[in-house]
Write a protein that binds this ligand. Structure first.
Ligand code: NAD
Length: 336
């Protein structure tokens, strides 16, 4: 098994080094292949990601990714969009689940839902024009793209509470009429409960009645916004992992960016990156190890080992070490 490790820019390297230490503590037969991508590389070489980099990524089963800085330079090619498209990772999965000892700003703990976001089209199609007084971005929704994301959502719902909410804006956009129709047609023959909600109302419902939701499926930009908004339930961007899944490849990353405001201070929260490792282990089929990582995070946070974004004083390394100590202690107990 081959894993590409991309630390990226800013806090990317700080959180990924803790995530990799957690993975190493499990002693699994996974070969790590370091790959440098991102803004730092672009500044040095004029290229944030090369064809050779893409070949290396394609030769690995999956990718563990930190974060990269995206400068507002029209010449800069988005690394993330390039990877998602080239490796056709169409499903972005963002679980929204409470963590021990953490209360988000909404004060809720009765939520456990997953946002399934279409990852390759919608408003992030990359089909754009900018002129002096007008700019266009083409919103692309295809039958194929909508069908496969709806199928993924139904499959996931069957492993959870069997409930899918389709989120759209079909009253205004024809592209979402197609998305809604295809999602409904896909869900109908499946043995799942499904319903649909307009995205503006959904933003309110997710904040007010999060306990109602199980699997939420939506288009690219809506999923991006609703999942960052959901960080308010969990307790912050530093706690939110994600997966990008395709038929051949998968890519695991914290939801947050490179956080230049705290980069280099050693205080970034590594939990999102560590929980991204948990999602990767689930994808590989290492269910027991994935559970152990999640337990380690919950145990450590419950002990009060928290970085400053959570109101604590722990460093990135101290939080990572807490998780590793827990995993090692459990593995030792097992071997006795
Ligand atoms: P950001 O997620 O980097 O930071 C937003 C805020 O959250 C900042 O105050 C930051 O300090 C805090 N934060 C984020 N992660 C944290 C963590 N692990 N621990 C503690 N605090 C954390 O978003 P931004 O500031 O809008 O973007 C910064 C750069 O990152 C931009 O160049 C943007 O394009 C890029 N970005 C990259 C990705 C990615 O690589 N997946 C995602 C989002 C943004």
């Amino acid at each position: 098994m081959k894993l590409a490790v991309v630390e990226g820019d800013g806090i990317g390297s700080e959180v990924i080094s803790e995530a990799v230490k957690v993975l190493d503590a499990l002693s699994l037969p996974i070969e790590k292949v370091p790959v440098e991508l991102g803004y730092g590389k672009w500044e040095r070489t004029g290229n944030a990601i090369t064809d050779e980099d893409l070949d290396i990524l394609k030769n690995c089963d999956c990718i563990l990714f930190g974060a990269i800085t995206t400068p507002p330079d029209p010449e800069y090619k988005s690394v993330l969009l390039t990877i998602r498209k080239e490796l056709d990772m169409y499903a972005n999965i963002r679980p929204v689940k409470p963590l021990a000892g953490i209360t988000g700003v909404t004060g809720r703990s009765d939520f456990n839902y997953v946002i399934v976001r279409e990852n390759t089209e919608g408003l992030y199609s990359g089909i754009e024009e900018i002129h002096e007084d007008v700019a266009y971005t083409t919103r692309v929704v295809t039958r194929k793209g909508s069908k496969r994301i709806a199928e993924y959502a139904c499959k996931l719902a069957k492993m959870r509470h069997n409930d899918v909410t389709i989120v759209h804006k079909s009253n205004v956009m024809k592209s979402d009429k197609l998305f809604l129709d295809v999602c409904q047609q896909t869900a109908e023959p499946e043995d799942v409960d499904y319903n649909d909600t307009l995205v503006d109302a959904m933003a309110y419902y997710l904040m007010t009645y999060p306990e109602r939701y199980d699997v939420v499926v939506t288009t690219n930009l809506f999923g991006d916004i609703l999942s960052d908004m959901s960080a308010a339930h969990v307790g912050g961007l530093g706690l939110m992992p994600s997966a990008n899944i395709g038929d051949k490849h998968a890519f695991f990353e914290p939801v947050h960016g490179s956080a230049p405001d705290i980069a280099g201070e050693g205080i970034a929260n590594p939990v999102a990156a560590i929980l991204s490792v948990k999602m990767m282990l689930q994808w590989y089929g290492y269910s027991k190890e994935a559970f152990l990582v999640e337990m380690g995070v919950n145990y450590t946070l419950n002990q009060g080992i928290k970085t400053p974004d959570l109101g604590g004083t722990a460093t990135t390394r101290e939080l990572g070490d807490g998780v590793i100590d827990y995993i090692k202690s459990q593995l030792e107990l097992e071997s006795e």
